[in-house]
Design a protein around this ligand. Structure first.
Ligand SMILES: [Zn+2]
Length: 306
């Protein structure tokens, strides 16, 4: 498996980065979809878990390098790795580099060159790499990207700080408070152009202030979906994760985005699909389907993105 898949979107070069793997309960990943249906498309292991990526996107932008989402980071221990089926994110005994840092290096860059970090939302598998700990007896998390401004929806940071019994396990303060302590958050509100051609598109449902990132350049468009459509298996509108706090809002967010994506032939970049990195959305018989698929094993079909 390669760690970097480079995709050109108009004038922008983007690198999809493999930040590690996790394995989550297949039933939770497909919500109300019965196991006989989902297990035909993706086989569970002996603990009923399916393999998932933690993919991030690096964009070479004229205003500086942009990193969208940061995978798990290096702060979690072996027990955490076992519960969530984490592998390859970092050494759970503590240490660096993380697989995300390896992938950034393979793309030809260093962490200190990242100018912007944008989070789809602040769950640990998307924002864990925002911060890092070194060694020592009492390690303190600090921002992983010393020269970056971090961007998230203002209401998502507020949501992460006010959890309840249902949402608590996903929001770990060490992933976002050290950024606040250094006053590095740039908080956005609603849909907006964060940088030229880089748009926040609110896609509520997984969490109320989830955002997908739409990259537009020279007539081409790619969307980094985050947890709106975590894998290509989730393209059918009703295939929605049990983890989503507002599944009917996910449904409407998906419906709106996929209509537009199919009409304009957007590239879809999947954060959690263990195989499919990116594909171009086209209309299928029952749901949107993909053309120009690019996979982590490098077996690309069709002509590939231009
Ligand atoms: Zn996720």
């Amino acid at each position: 498996m390669r760690l970097v898949t480079t995709v050109v979107v108009g004038d922008l070069t983007c690198h999809a980065l493999e930040g590690g793997r996790q394995a989550l309960d297949g039933g939770a990943m497909f919500g109300v979809v019965p196991k006989p249906l989902w297990s035909k498309r993706i086989a569970p292991d002996d603990r009923n878990r399916i393999p998932l990526a933690m993919r991030c996107l690096l964009v070479e932008h004229p205003e500086g390098l942009i990193l969208i989402d940061t995978a798990l980071g290096n702060k979690e221990n072996a027990k955490f790795y076992d519960i969530y089926g984490m592998s390859n994110a970092a050494d759970p005994a503590g240490g660096r580099p993380t697989q995300l840092e390896d992938a950034i290096a393979q793309a030809g860059f260093g962490s200190d060159e990242i100018r912007w970090v944008i989070n789809t939302h602040l769950h640990f598998d998307h924002a864990g790499g925002n911060t890092t700990i070194g060694g020592g007896a009492d390690p303190v998390p600090v921002p992983s990207f010393p020269n970056a401004t971090y961007v998230v929806q203002r209401s998502e940071l507020d949501y992460a700080r006010h959890t309840n019994e249902r949402t608590r396990a996903s929001y770990l303060a060490a992933n976002f408070e050290p950024i606040a302590a250094e006053d590095r958050w740039s908080l956005v509100e609603g849909g907006c152009e964060i940088l030229p051609g880089i748009w926040s598109r609110p896609t509520p449902g997984h969490v109320p202030s989830h955002q997908s990132l739409v990259i537009r350049s020279a007539g081409d468009t790619m969307v980094f979906l985050g947890d709106l459509i975590p894998t290509a298996h989730h393209l059918p509108l009703a295939w929605i994760m049990g983890y989503d706090v507002e599944p009917l809002r996910t449904l409407e967010s998906k419906r709106l985005l996929l209509e537009e994506a199919v009409r304009e032939r957007w590239l879809l970049c999947f954060e959690h699909d263990a195989r499919v990195v990116v594909g171009r959305a086209v209309e299928g018989a029952k749901s949107a389907v993909l053309e120009e698929i690019r996979t982590v094993d490098g077996v690309d079909r069709a002509e590939g993105p231009k």
